[in-house]
Ligand binder design. Structure first.
Ligand SMILES: NC(=O)c1ccc[n+]([C@@H]2O[C@H](COP(=O)([O-])OP(=O)(O)OC[C@H]3O[C@@H](n4cnc5c(N)ncnc54)[C@H](O)[C@@H]3O)[C@@H](O)[C@H]2O)c1
Length: 401
């Protein structure tokens, strides 16, 4: 069976690498540079080994393409394209729209289309299906299903095989074929009664994380005001064997999911007249953390950062990945600069970002740790500046939340 996977980023390439063991996979991406690199066997995604990719290319099980004609004889097509926010922070379905256009214009025999991109309830039924139909030749009736992706890039203990996969179909035959497809490489399939439940579950999972991170970030500020250690308090609370889950404070949330998905849920809630005040406020609390941290750093340094050389350590949105999407480091740097600080950053995993390169881990007046990659030595961080503020709770001897 031939599978087409639209979008070869974190989600699409990860699923391609797993599916290629059982199916012939065409990894379709509109970015020609990505396609060229993939066809040379070079993976750009953590967790997808270049050697594995090269093996599938050699055996003919995988090929990357930007040509619509390459997906025309696929039996299953998966959509794995970005679902970001617009500049006014509303759901942006333009990438999904473009993927639907590619499918509609190139696939003239009925196939199963599975959406793995994250979006609000109703996207499969009321956006993807009609959009593909609009671009398709008259009379072509595809089948539609949803299985929101749960990949956590860089994580090795959970993967496509052992992460339970929620799925639903618009019709019973779509459901059955979807089950058959994922059962080849996923051990635990969770069928739900409608695509809307699957779509909502994905959004709620990430909203759960967003509000709990906001809660602990707010609590970090309360603990500091009370003069007690937030970490010791959390460890104490975490000894309760039930009804508690430990989250740790940070400079905020980043990546393509936690800062974005809850806003999809809030937007659809408000459209249906339901309040989403809690979700909206959680988002604000996380965004405000960067300002709070810079204020704390300024207070510890005589209330003035004017002209101080500040080194931000770790600009990726989380440890051990090069992903800088929505990283909290960006806001931290912005607030430091507003306070007049001369800011550089150190992150050998990211290397270059926004036209700047990673600076040496030394010689600063102040260091602010936003993300601690495991490759970065704690002692070197402590030696990089006479004052170190650590937002991660991982650098011994540093000031922190
Ligand atoms: N990254 C994650 O950890 C993660 C986890 C779960 C779910 N998701 C969701 O999965 C979806 C994809 O996210 P991602 O992180 O893989 O994005 P990504 O940016 O890493 O990759 C998307 C890829 O799609 C390509 N693309 C964009 N428009 C296209 C089009 N019209 N046709 C073909 N290719 C196109 C881009 O060139 C890019 O390579 C999003 O909805 C996201 O919310 C992401």
């Amino acid at each position: 069976m031939k599978i087409g996977i639209i979008g070869q980023g974190y989600v699409g390439l990860t699923i391609s690498a797993f599916a290629a063991e059982f199916f012939e996979v065409v990894g379709f991406d509109s970015n020609q540079k990505i396609v060229d690199q993939l066809n040379l066997g070079h993976s750009h995604i953590e967790g997808v080994e270049s050697a594995l990719l090269a093996k599938w290319i050699k055996s003919g099980q995988y090929k990357a393409s930007s040509q619509g004609s390459d997906i025309q004889d696929c039996e299953i097509i998966i959509i794995a394209v970005p679902t970001p926010l617009t500049s006014d922070r509303k759901p942006d379905l333009t990438y999904i729209d473009a993927a639907c256009k590619t499918i509609g214009q190139n696939v003239s025999a009925p196939v199963l289309i599975i959406n793995e991109s994250t979006s609000f309830p109703g996207t499969l039924r009321s956006f993807i299906k009609p959009t593909i139909e609009r671009y398709s030749p008259i009379g072509v009736e595809h089948r539609y299903a949803i299985s929101p992706e749960r990949v956590d890039p860089g994580r090795i203990d959970f993967n496509q095989k052992n992460t339970p996969r929620v799925y639903a179909g618009l019709t019973p035959d779509a459901l059955e074929k979807t089950r058959e497809f994922y059962s080849k490489f996923c051990d635990n399939l969770v069928e739900v009664s409608s695509p809307e439940v699957a779509e909502a579950a994905k959004l709620f999972e990430n909203t759960f994380r967003q509000v709990n991170i906001a809660l602990v970030n707010e609590f970090a500020q309360i603990a500091h005001a009370l003069g007690i250690s937030v970490y010791e308090t959390l460890d104490a609370a975490n000894t309760k064997p039930y009804g508690f889950m430990k989250f740790t404070p940070s400079a905020g949330v980043g990546g393509h999911c936690i800062p974005v998905d809850p806003t999809y849920l809030a937007a659809v809630a408000e459209e249906h007249g339901a309040p989403a005040t809690f979700i909206r406020r959680a988002n604000e609390v996380n965004l405000e953390m960067s300002e709070y941290i810079v204020r704390r750093v300024a207070e510890d340094n005589g209330g003035n950062l004017q002209g101080k050389n500040v080194l931000v350590v770790g600009v990726a949105y989380k440890p051990n990945v090069a992903d800088v999407r929505e990283t909290a480091a960006e806001l931290v740097i912005q607030h430091l600069r507003t306070h007049g600080a001369v800011v550089s950053w150190h992150d050998d995993v990211v290397s270059t970002w926004k036209g700047e390169s990673s600076a040496p881990l030394q010689g600063a007046d102040i260091a602010v740790v936003v993300t601690k990659h495991s490759s970065v030595d704690e002692k070197k961080i402590m030696a990089s500046a006479p004052y170190v503020f650590d937002t991660t709770g991982k650098v011994k001897g540093a000031k922190g939340l």
